[in-house]
Design a protein around this ligand. Structure first.
Ligand code: HGY
Ligand code: MN
Ligand code: MN
Length: 410
């Protein structure tokens, strides 16, 4: 079995649930299992490991003082997520290093494998938490006070996992030491291929693609307050039922997204008190809106606010961003060398730590591995091992060829 096949096999049981999905939420036991896996794999490769002030994991293959090329992704998942979103990038980085070491090849540049903390925001609600803290894009006090559905604070969850949350915050020296960053990631959805009518790598008959940028996207919380009362004694005409208001939000979101050519999702709804025989007091919804440009996203949110008479409160915003041409070109060249074919270029509808690094001025880029169904953030997420192995070979080529000085430009 290939290196990457073996690595993915060792990951497979960690955090898997009965539906075959993954619950690898930040600072949980499953996350601890993923972190142990990272440290053990790094140790087996003779890499020097560290946990930074924000809990991000690093494994260094150092050649000389100074910075270098960073590869990796994240190890956490959304609730009931897929096996590959995140871990594929970290495992592929380790497999690429192993292939170089076994071939007796040593990169000219320093190389570091990173696993950023809580990229999905699946437990505390803010995506790319570890990379945003590191780059100063998220206030550490705000982060410490985030709570999960049980009301557990992030800082308490970190302490329970053995880390000190008082250290959270910007890490400018570390960010400055990153010459360039490449994140390998399973393809998510089938997005339009640049300069083509095809959508997705399967339609383009390509095992790998180069992600050129990330669509803007944001998250909003909407609270609908009503009048709690008895389900069996309150006439319909006398009700102020917040769940009816919540339903109006969901329907308005779908209609607005279709009108504006955007994507709007309400994936989480909380009803209080949540009794079958009581009209609710409050319904809270979390709205995710994305699209090719910021304007259509803002129009969708405005339409929802007007149609449903609610006041969406923005919880996070990711501006539209393009990856560094120096690095997208480098990836494209490596794909050409390894496969003999051109890698299609396409945008990402999903957010990534590489996007946070690029926004912080690090030259970053992404390599996507074909996902036949495009399904992600669900147990059905998949990629063929043959395509994954090509991705590892390209990553190895990038590591081997990255110049010591690093000529990246953000
Ligand atoms: O939600 C996203 O776009 C990413 O998967 N965190
Ligand atoms: Mn991801
Ligand atoms: Mn994801």
């Amino acid at each position: 079995m290939s290196r990457i096949g073996r690595l993915l096999e060792t990951l497979a049981p960690i955090g898997r649930n009965e539906q075959g999905g993954y619950d690898r939420l930040a600072w949980t036991d499953a996350d601890a299992g993923m972190r142990r896996w990272f440290l053990a794999e790094a140790a087996s490769l003779g890499l020097e490991t560290e946990v930074d002030r924000n809990g991000n994991l690093w494994a260094h293959w150092r050649r000389q003082p100074g910075g270098g090329l960073v590869v990796g992704s994240h190890l956490d998942s959304v609730p009931n997520g897929g096996a590959l979103d995140g871990p594929l990038g970290v495992a592929s980085a380790f497999a690429a290093i192993r292939s170089l070491k076994e071939a007796g090849e040593t990169p000219a540049s320093n190389v570091a494998v990173v696993a950023f903390v809580d990229e999905e925001g699946g437990r505390f609600g803010i995506a790319c938490l570890g990379s945003r803290l590191m780059t100063g894009a998220l206030d550490p006090d705000r982060a410490r006070a985030l709570t999960d559905r049980e009301g557990v604070r992030l800082d308490d969850a970190m302490r329970a996992a053995g880390l000190d949350p008082d250290g959270l915050g910007p890490d400018p020296v570390r960010v400055a030491s990153i010459t360039a960053a490449v994140e390998l990631h399973v393809e998510q959805g089938h997005l339009p291929i640049d300069g083509s009518d095809a959508a997705g790598l399967t339609a383009a008959d390509a095992p790998l693609g180069v992600l050129t940028g990330i669509w803007p996207h944001g998250r909003w919380r909407i609270d609908v307050v009503g009048q709690a009362d008895h389900a069996g004694t309150t006439p319909m005409a006398d009700r102020d039922d917040p769940v009816v208001g919540a339903a109006a939000v969901v329907l308005a979101a779908r209609e607005a997204a279709i009108l504006e050519g955007a994507l709007a999702t309400v994936g989480r709804v909380e009803v209080e008190p949540g009794a079958v025989n009581a009209i609710a007091a409050r319904a809270s919804l979390w709205l995710d809106v994305r699209g090719a440009d910021e304007g259509r996203i803002r129009r969708v949110v405005d339409r929802i606010a007007a149609a449903a008479g609610v006041d969406p409160v923005q919880e996070s915003w990711t501006a539209s961003m393009r990856f560094a041409r120096s690095e997208t070109r480098r990836i494209a060249a490596a794909v050409r060398e390894v496969t003999g074919s051109e890698a299609p270029a396409l945008p990402s509808g999903a957010g990534h730590d590489a996007g946070v690094l690029q926004a912080a001025g690090v030259a970053a880029a992404m390599l996507a591995v074909r996902n036949p169904t495009g399904v992600s953030h669900a147990p059905g997420e998949s990629a063929d091992l043959a395509d994954i192995e090509v991705g590892v070979a390209v990553l190895a080529r990038l590591l081997a060829g990255f110049p010591a000085s690093g000529t990246a430009t953000a």
